[in-house]
Design a protein around this ligand. Structure first.
Ligand code: ATP
Length: 657
C-alpha cells in the first residue's frame, strides 16, 4: 500500500504541482492544508504517514509550531522551505525533522527525501512502540512486586530513565501540610548508581533550617497540572514553586518536567524529572507519560501508602534511616570498562541500552578518542547478536582500490592477485555487527555500494555470479561533521539519512572534566598492573594539570599520558608528569604549535624519548642488571627494550658519558 501524504503549503500552485508529482510517483495525497490549524484538522480526521511541510503558512502558527505537535504525536514530517536562514534552520532542527528540502528542489531530491523519511520513521516507530510496550509491562510488574516503597520508586526510576533522562527524580504527594515533608528522590550518581535524597539530605545540602523548609513547603502546594520548565521559564508561564527552586538550586538544575498522577483517593502524586542540561524535556516526553498514565497510576497507588491522616493527606514512606547509595556502578557489565558519571556520558549510555536490542543502524558521533569504538562494542554485547561476530572496518585506513574487496569479498581469479576466494567484512559479520569506523572517510563510489547493501540486504562479491544475502547490524562512527560533508558534496545525503536513524553523540573530554580523576585512576591502576608496579597515587600537581588541560586527543590521549607516567615512575612514589601537558617547561619551546592530534602524539613521544635517553645516560647505557635503566624505572627489561625500539632510541642517541 502506498504511503499517504498531507501537503501543508500556503501557495496553491506549489501545492498542486507537488500533488501531481507525488501521485505520479505512486504516493497517495491525503489533502492540502494552507495553515497549521487546517493541517491539524486534516490529521485528526484521517491518518497520514507523512506531512510535507512549508515553514511559512497562513494563520497564526508557523510550520515549526505544527512540527512540534507532529513530533509529539510521532508523525513523520519533511520541511519544504524557501527560507534557509541559519536562525530558521536552527529552530527547525530542534523539531528533529525527518528531512529538509530547500526550494527550489529537484523532483529526484524530493523522492529520495521521502523514501528516507519513511524508512527512518518506520524504524523509529517500531523501536519506540516496542520500548513503550516494554516499559508498560515493567511498570505493571513493579506494581505486582512486594517491595518496600523506597525500593519501588528506585525500580520505577531505573525503568523510566532511558525514556526520560534525569539527573534527579523526585516524587511526592499533594496536598502537602507544612508540618510534614514527604517528597523524596534519587540523584543519579553513576550509570546505575543512585543516591537517596529525603528531607534530612535536602536540609543538609541546602543548608536550610527545618522551619524555613516548612515555610517553603507551605508556599509550594502546586496545582495539578502538567508542565515542562526551561531555565527559569515554564511552558505554560506558571511560576516555579519555592520548593522546586530549592531542588533546582541545590542540584544545579537547568530544566525540569513535572507530571501529576491522580490517585483513587482524590489526592495527587507528582513525579518531577530534573536535568542539569538545558532544554532536555520535550512534548514527546510528556506524550510518553500520558500514554503510560494507567500503568503509572497503578504503580503509584502501590508506591503511596494510604495512611490517611487527619488532614487526609497521603504519606509517602520516605522516613527512617536510609542507605545513601542504592544500586551499584556498572551493574550492566557491558559498561564496566566505560568509566565516568558525567550527565552527558550517562545520557549517551542510556541511548545505548535503548537501541542495543534492536537491529536499527546506529551512528556514533564524537571527536577522535572519545570512546566510539568502546560504545560500538557495548551495543554489540548488549544485543541478541552478542554471540555473533563483531567485525571492525576502518574506512580511513583501507586504500580506495582495496575497499570494495575488503567489504564485499572476491572470488578466486576476480582480478590479478586474487589467488583465492576471500570473504568480505560483510560476510564475516553475518549474524553479528559490522562496525564501520570513520565512515565519513569512505569514497563516494563505495558509499553508493554501501547504501545498496543496506537497502537490499545482500552483497555482490567481486567476480561473483549472484548476490548473497547477509544479516548484519551496522554501527557506524565518525569524527567528522557529516552534515557539513553532505553540504560540501563529500557524503551522500541518502546514506547519511540511512545511517543516521539513531545517532549517539559522545562528549569530548573537555566537556566532562568531572570524569578526569576517575579515568586517570582507572588507567593508572591498569598500567601499574600491566607493568607490574605498585600504584602509589597521583600527585596533586599532576591531577591539577590533568584537570586543567583541554585534551584535544580526548580519552585516548589521557590514556597515553597515564601509560607514560607509569612507565617513567619508580614504583615507590606518586605518579607525576615528567613533562607539562601545556608544553611550558624549558624542554619544549613555549611557543609550540599544537593544532592536531598528531602534534600531541609527537610531543608525547618526544618527551618520553628524552626522558628515557636521560635515564640511559645515567646508567651508561645499561638496561639490565642492578642499577640498570629497567631497575631504575621499575619495569621489566623486555618492556623497556620494546619501548626503546618503538621510540627508535639507539646507542648513538646516548652520546658520550
Ligand atoms: N569511558 C571510558 N572509560 C575508560 N576508557 C575509555 C572510555 N572511553 C574510551 N576509553 C578508552 O579510550 C581509548 C579510545 O577509545 P576509542 O578507540 O573507543 O575511541 P574512538 O572515539 O573510537 O577513537 P577514534 O575516533 O580515534 O577511532 C580506548 O583505549 C578506550 O578503551
Amino acid at each position: 500500500m502506498s504511503a499517504k501524504i498531507l501537503i501543508v503549503e500556503d501557495e496553491f500552485v506549489v501545492a498542486n504541482s507537488l500533488r501531481i508529482l507525488l501521485r505520479q510517483a505512486g504516493y497517495s495525497v491525503g489533502g492540502i492544508a494552507t495553515s497549521a490549524e487546517e493541517a491539524y484538522q486534516n490529521l485528526q480526521q484521517d491518518k497520514h504517514d507523512l506531512v510535507l511541510l512549508d515553514i511559512r503558512l497562513n494563520g497564526s502558527e508557523s510550520g515549526i509550531d505544527l512540527a512540534r505537535k507532529l513530533k509529539a504525536e510521532h508523525i513523520a514530517f519533511v520541511y519544504l522551505s524557501a527560507n534557509s536562514s541559519q536562525k530558521v534552520l536552527e529552530e527547525a532542527k530542534k523539531t528533529e525533522p525527518y528531512g529538509f528540502l530547500v526550494k527550489p528542489f529537484r523532483e529526484k531530491d524530493l523522492l529520495v527525501a521521502l523514501d528516507i523519511a519513511l524508512y527512518i520513521h518506520k524504524n523509529r516507530l517500531e523501536s519506540k512502540l516496542r520500548q513503550e510496550a516494554l516499559l508498560e509491562r515493567q511498570l505493571v510488574e513493579i506494581s505486582l512486586e512486594d517491595s518496600e516503597d523506597k525500593q519501588t520508586f528506585l525500580t520505577i526510576a531505573r525503568a523510566i530513565r532511558t525514556f526520560i533522562p534525569f539527573d534527579l527524580i523526585v516524587c511526592g504527594t499533594r496536598p502537602l501540610p507544612a508540618s510534614r515533608f514527604d517528597d523524596y528522590g534519587y540523584l543519579r550518581a553513576g550509570f546505575d548508581e543512585y543516591q537517596f535524597i529525603g528531607k534530612d539530605e535536602l536540609l543538609t545540602i541546602s543548608g536550610l533550617k527545618s522551619d524555613a523548609l516548612s515555610t517553603i513547603i507551605e508556599n509550594s502546594n502546586t496545582d495539578t497540572h502538567v508542565a515542562t520548565y526551561y531555565n527559569g521559564g515554564t511552558t505554560d508561564a506558571t511560576p516555579i514553586t519555592p520548593l522546586q527552586s530549592v531542588w533546582s538550586t541545590c542540584f544545579n538544575i537547568e530544566s525540569f518536567l513535572v507530571f501529576p498522577v491522580a490517585l483513587s483517593n482524590g489526592s495527587w502524586a507528582y513525579y518531577s524529572f530534573y536535568s542539569r542540561r538545558r532544554d532536555v524535556y520535550t512534548q514527546s516526553h510528556m506524550a510518553l507519560l500520558k500514554h503510560l498514565v494507567s500503568s503509572l497510576t497503578r504503580v503509584t497507588e502501590k508506591l503511596v501508602r494510604s495512611e490517611v491522616s487527619s488532614t487526609s493527606a497521603i504519606r509517602l514512606s520516605a522516613s527512617g534511616k536510609h542507605d545513601h547509595t542504592e544500586g551499584q556502578q556498572g551493574s550492566v557489565s557491558e559498561f564496566k570498562s566505560i568509566i565516568g558519571k558525567h550527565p552527558l556520558l550517562l545520557a549517551a549510555l542510556d541511548l545505548v541500552t535503548q537501541v542495543a536490542p534492536y537491529k536499527t543502524s546506529v551512528l556514533i558521533l564524537g571527536e577522535s578518542g572519545t570512546g566510539k569504538e568502546s560504545i560500538a562494542q557495548a551495543i554489540h554485547s548488549l544485543s541478541a547478536r552478542k554471540t555473533g561476530p563483531f567485525i571492525k572496518v576502518n574506512c580511513a585506513s583501507i586504500p580506495a582500490s582495496l575497499i570494495e574487496s575488503e567489504l564485499f569479498g572476491h572470488e578466486k581469479g576476480a582480478f590479478t592477485g586474487a589467488i583465492e576466494k576471500r570473504k568480505g567484512k560483510f560476510e564475516q559479520a553475518h549474524e553479528g555487527t559490522l562496525f564501520l569506523d570513520e565512515v565519513g572517510e569512505m569514497p563516494l563510489d563505495m558509499q553508493v555500494r554501501l547504501l545498496r547493501v543496506l537497502q537490499e540486504k545482500e552483497i555482490d562479491p567481486i567476480g561473483g555470479k549472484s548476490p548473497r544475502k547477509v544479516d548484519v547490524r551496522i554501527v557506524a562512527a565518525t569524527n567528522r561533521n557529516l552534515e557539513r560533508e553532505v553540504a560540501e558534496g563529500r557524503f551522500r545525503l541518502d546514506l547519511y539519512y540511512r545511517l543516521n536513524v539513531f545517532p549517539i553523540t559522545l562528549p569530548p573530554l573537555r566537556e566532562r572534566k568531572s570524569d578526569i580523576q576517575a579515568l586517570a585512576f582507572y588507567f593508572a591502576n591498569r598500567f601499574c598492573k600491566e607493568f607490574n608496579k605498585d600504584f602509589n597515587g597521583i600527585s596533586a600537581a599532576m591531577m591539577d594539570e590533568l584537570e586543567g588541560y583541554t585534551w584535544p586527543g580526548n580519552i585516548r590521549e589521557l590514556e597515553n599520558v597515564l601509560e607514560r607516567s607509569v612507565i617513567l615512575n619508580d614504583g615507590k612514589s606518586e605518579l607525576e608528569l615528567k613533562q607539562s601537558l601545556l608544553g611550558t617547561t624549558d624542554k619544549v619551546p613555549s611557543k609550540i604549535e599544537i593544532e592536531t592530534l598528531g602534534d600531541v602524539r609527537r610531543i608525547q613521544r618526544e618527551t618520553e624519548r628524552e626522558y628515557l635517553i636521560s635515564v640511559l645516560k645515567k646508567t651508561k647505557g645499561h638496561i639490565r642488571g642492578a642499577n640498570g635503566a629497567a631497575e631504575l624505572l621499575n619495569i621489566k627489561p623486555t618492556t623497556l627494550e620494546a619501548r626503546l625500539a618503538k621510540l627508535g632510541i639507539q646507542r648513538e642517541d646516548l652520546g658520550t658519558w
